[in-house]
Design a protein around this ligand. Structure first.
Ligand SMILES: NC(=O)c1ccc[n+]([C@@H]2O[C@H](COP(=O)([O-])OP(=O)(O)OC[C@H]3O[C@@H](n4cnc5c(N)ncnc54)[C@H](O)[C@@H]3O)[C@@H](O)[C@H]2O)c1
Length: 247
């Protein structure tokens, strides 16, 4: 028996990095996994390598498409047990040079995308008595990283939103849990690109480079735990995985 045997899981931003690793591990542990992403070519090829997985092109900012996807999952499988709100983007800009457009873009993908995911998944999870929502936060949501102002704001919002959803579910004892992962620097295309773009004399460089970066599988193991029934009493938590960077 896998640790999430028989569960149905939706992972956003699953064409790359952490989302792809989450999807692969959840499937290996027995879940039926639906991957979504804006990058359809990569998404289809990642899903093709995961037994039983399907890919659906989706921009997490698209409210109507959220409903279509979740309705389709309910029609196909009759249940949605796990949602991993993982899709993310980063723009390099500090308080001195961040445009309103860039601030809004990053916040619309991560803060609004996560909100839409939670709101759409909740009724579907309630139809089967519960579920697990896992939101990708960041250490940038709990401490300042000067070079990515909008990213910090969006991740901070995700942590606050996670706690509000968790409190709502606890008040109703409705069986849904909502937790966030506070990840430090993990070796993915997002971070590798950031390090290439950033000069080593930028004050944020060391923080992003991390002290021994984590691997996507490290985060996927935490996602697996939160998705599984082993975490049945874990709700509203911000689980940190940063090798002590914020300790
Ligand atoms: N890598 C790290 O060090 C790290 C640390 C903390 C948090 N995170 C968070 O983990 C998540 C995954 O990051 P990653 O490092 O794997 O990055 P990544 O760039 O490898 O993957 C992000 C994925 O999100 C997709 N995406 C972007 N905009 C989207 C949208 N509007 N709708 C749907 N999909 C969209 C991208 O196409 C990409 O496939 C992000 O939320 C990121 O902020 C990453």
């Amino acid at each position: 028996m896998g640790r999430v045997e028989g569960k149905v899981a939706l992972v956003t931003g699953a064409a790359s990095g952490l989302g792809a690793a989450d999807a692969a591990l959840l499937a290996r542990e027995g879940a039926k996994v639906i991957l979504t992403d804006v990058d359809a070519a990569l998404g289809h090829s990642v899903a093709a390598g995961i037994p039983g997985a399907v890919f659906v092109e989706h921009d997490v900012r698209d409210e109507r498409a959220w409903k279509t996807i979740v309705d389709q999952i309910m029609a196909d499988h009759g249940r949605l047990d796990v949602l991993v709100n993982n899709a993310g983007v980063v723009k390099f800009a500090s308080i001195e040079d961040c445009s309103l457009d860039d601030f809004r873009f990053v916040n619309s993908v991560m803060s609004e995308g996560t909100f839409l995911g939670c709101r759409t998944a909740l009724p579907a999870m309630l139809a089967n008595g519960g579920g697990s929502i896992i939101n990708m936060g960041s250490i940038a949501g709990v401490k300042g990283v000067s070079a990515v102002l909008g990213y910090c704001a969006a991740k901070g919002a995700i942590h606050a939103l996670t706690r509000s959803v968790a409190a709502y579910c606890r008040e109703r004892s409705n069986g849904v849990r909502c937790n966030a992962i506070v990840a430090g620097s993990i070796r993915t295309p997002m971070i590798q690109k950031a390090l290439r773009e950033m000069s080593p004399d930028n004050p944020s460089f060391d923080e992003l480079e991390g002290h021994g970066q984590g691997e996507p599988s490290d985060v996927a193991n935490m996602v697996l735990y939160l998705a599984s029934d082993e975490a049945r009493h874990v709700n509203g938590a911000s689980l940190t995985i940063d090798n002590g960077e914020t300790a």
